[in-house]
Design a binder for this molecule. Structure first.
Ligand SMILES: Nc1nc2c(ncn2[C@@H]2O[C@H](COP(=O)(O)OP(=O)(O)O)[C@@H](O)[C@H]2O)c(=O)[nH]1
Ligand SMILES: [Mg+2]
Length: 254
């Protein structure tokens, strides 16, 4: 059989299920570390529940993804997950889901493996959000998840430090109210409200414009050019203020 004929006949099996995200729909990519419960505990022995070294690698991965030519306008990380908002009109990989997922999972896995010095893997999924309100709600959802996990993790590891088994520590807080968990920590000298914002709200990465003052080498005339660079936000606002920040990004995407 001629190659051209074989190529044409077989290609369809590869491409027939290529789904594209429709134009006008916002794309958020969510990546999550594979088996990071074990990795953070047994392989790296990171501090629990939170370790700044782990956070810094995750932020480094976000920054790498923001610069991967997808027209990313906002990156967010909490725990072992990353969310990446693309410009609504991003045409990255022809908006093909399989390409977005596989390439971005690969990029994140590669950068994180180098940073940790151990092989790690991320999965990636495309979230398709039809309007701006849903984009705002998506990021509020992930931030509320961070908040809830931080409270639970501090209680869990607090109990473990007191000698409780994993099962005991888990069971003792099952069904406890938020107020009760806060109070339990407070009794032990931990003021949950005073914990670092990044633990409770995650870290955002966004583009910021800055001016570069220079001089035209031919005319000697002073010039200012606008450039942009990534900014790490470790003090993200919460609730309505966070929504306002996100709406600002959506109104004036980089
Ligand atoms: N020690 C430590 N572990 C962390 C930190 N951030 C995230 N993790 C771990 O990462 C896990 C992420 O959860 P999940 O994705 O559900 O677990 P996975 O399926 O094992 O990757 C958490 O359960 C924590 O064990 C950190 O700062 N320090
Ligand atoms: Mg994970």
């Amino acid at each position: 059989m001629q190659f051209d004929e074989l190529d044409q006949r077989m290609r369809v099996f590869e491409t027939a299920h290529d789904h594209c995200v429709l134009p006008g729909v916002h794309i958020v990519l969510r990546l999550d570390g594979r088996g990071f419960t074990r990795f953070t505990k047994d392989v790296m022995a990171f501090e629990r529940p939170f370790d700044e070294r782990f956070r810094d690698v995750m932020v480094q991965v976000v920054e790498h993804l923001m610069q991967a030519d997808l027209r990313a306008v906002y990156g967010y990380t909490q725990s072992d997950e990353i969310s990446l908002l693309l410009h609504r009109d991003s045409d990255a990989f022809g908006r093909k889901e399989r390409k977005l997922n596989s390439v971005m999972a690969g990029e994140a896995s590669g950068v994180a493996s180098l940073a940790f010095g151990r092989p790690v893997a991320f999965d990636c999924r495309v979230c398709q959000l039809p309007d701006q309100d849903l984009v705002v709600d998506y990021f509020r959802w992930r931030q509320e998840d961070a908040h809830r996990n931080a409270l639970n993790a501090h209680c869990y590891w607090g109990r473990r430090a007191e000698g409780a088994s994993p099962e005991q520590a888990h069971d003792e807080f099952a069904g406890a109210s938020i107020a009760a968990k806060n109070e339990w920590l407070f009794q032990r000298g931990v003021n949950y409200d005073a914990l670092p914002a990044w633990q409770k709200r995650g870290v955002g990465v966004l583009w910021r414009d800055f001016e570069v003052v220079g001089r035209d080498p031919r005319t000697g005339v002073a010039t200012t050019t606008s450039r942009r660079r990534l900014h790490r936000e470790t003090e993200l606002p919460r609730g309505d203020d966070y929504a306002a920040l996100l709406r600002g990004l959506l109104a004036d995407p980089a």
